[in-house]
Design a binder for this molecule. Structure first.
Ligand SMILES: *Cc1c(COP(=O)(O)O)cnc(C)c1O
Length: 328
């Protein structure tokens, strides 16, 4: 490995815990199930974006930028963690959020306000499509903004998940466990790209399986293609001589149901079962759906009892509260 270390701003508590879910496994009559607790990264209620933001904010500071901008849905966990990262770094933060200003502040949106973010409502766009306009305005005002893409998913952000595999490897070695599959919610692709590249870099033989969370937009690349592209650009950025093709990327799109952020029985059951067997909270949009997918694959014997699976808890728990009506 001859990669030059990327600039990094420490924002979270690492390593996150690696725990075994004995009671969930027993309830399912299934394989050993481990969980990587990235809901416990520590940055304003945690989540997977903290790992990406350590490198994104590191890069912003390295480039002398003085303002962070990103975008997402009104209940975006990525936006909330970006607002917290900005506050912790002494930078102003601008968030471009889908929809219009609601009457009540709740969940992640409440936290965005408390963290001091400037909010711009972007109507039908929830993937930061109007960030360039906000950036242009800020430049005219004399700021030097740093744009963080939707979900923090580019080569810089994904580097956080490359190094997450090294962190996991050390924990697995200490516990003397090998895992066969790693399950996680996959949406903007950076988490999966980092895990796929990290597994290759650190000689981990597990199969990363992304559970797709949203239908692709018409005319947009499939999630598999997006993940492959991010993995390849991240390898270049880290100066690792390797190349990925589509066969290296596994995404399961069977659990998207009615679409992004629409909770169904799959998510409700997974959230309840995990809460009531383990005392661990999942979220309605991402981890509830991904765990629902894992539970289904165990029940249909796509995962065998002799496997050892790891579920990467990517956070999102603050969104439980605004979804209360759909969860009970
Ligand atoms: C953003 C997010 C994901 C998906 O990660 P990507 O890198 O965008 O694919 C999964 N879970 C939670 C809770 C998230 O906030």
């Amino acid at each position: 490995m001859n990669n030059k270390a990327l600039p990094k701003k420490e924002l979270g508590f690492f390593p996150t815990p690696l725990v075994e879910l004995y009671r969930l496994s027993e309830a399912l009559g299934g394989p050993r199930i481990l969980m990587k607790r990235d809901d416990q990264t520590g940055l304003a209620l945690g989540g997977n974006k903290t790992r990406k933001l350590e490198f994104l904010v590191g890069d912003a500071l390295d480039q002398g930028c003085d303002t962070l901008i990103t975008g997402g849905a009104a209940q975006s966990n990525h936006c909330r963690q970006t607002a917290a990262a900005a506050a912790a770094s002494g930078l102003p933060c601008h968030l471009v959020l889908g929809g219009t200003a609601p009457d009540n502040l709740d969940g992640n949106l409440l936290l965005d306000y408390l963290l001091g973010a400037n909010i711009h409502w972007s109507g039908e766009f929830r993937k930061g499509e109007t960030i360039p306009e906000v950036a242009g305005q800020l430049k005219q005002e004399g700021f030097k903004p740093y744009i963080i893409p939707y979900g923090g998913s580019n080569a810089t952000g994904a580097a956080g998940f490359v190094y997450a595999v090294a962190e996991l490897k050390a924990q697995l070695n200490e516990m003397r466990i090998e895992v066969s599959h790693v399950f996680f919610a996959s949406s903007s692709g950076g988490t999966q790209a980092g895990l796929v590249l990290g597994a290759r870099m650190f000689n981990q033989l597990f199969v990363p399986i992304g559970i797709g969370i949203e239908k692709g937009e018409v005319g947009e690349d499939s999630l598999e293609v997006q993940v492959m592209n991010i993995a390849n650009t991240t390898a270049k950025r880290l100066k690792i001589d390797t190349q990925f093709s589509l066969k290296d990327i596994t995404v399961r799109n069977d659990y998207i149901g009615e679409g992004y952020g629409i909770v169904g029985e799959l998510e409700r059951e997974a959230i309840r079962l995990t809460a009531q067997t383990e005392g661990i909270l999942l979220d309605p949009v991402y981890t509830g759906r991904a765990m629902g997918g894992l539970i289904d694959m165990i029940r249909r014997s796509e995962i065998s009892r002799s496997d050892t699976v790891l579920f990467w808890h990517t956070g999102g728990v603050p969104a439980l509260f605004p979804y209360a009506a759909e969860l009970i």
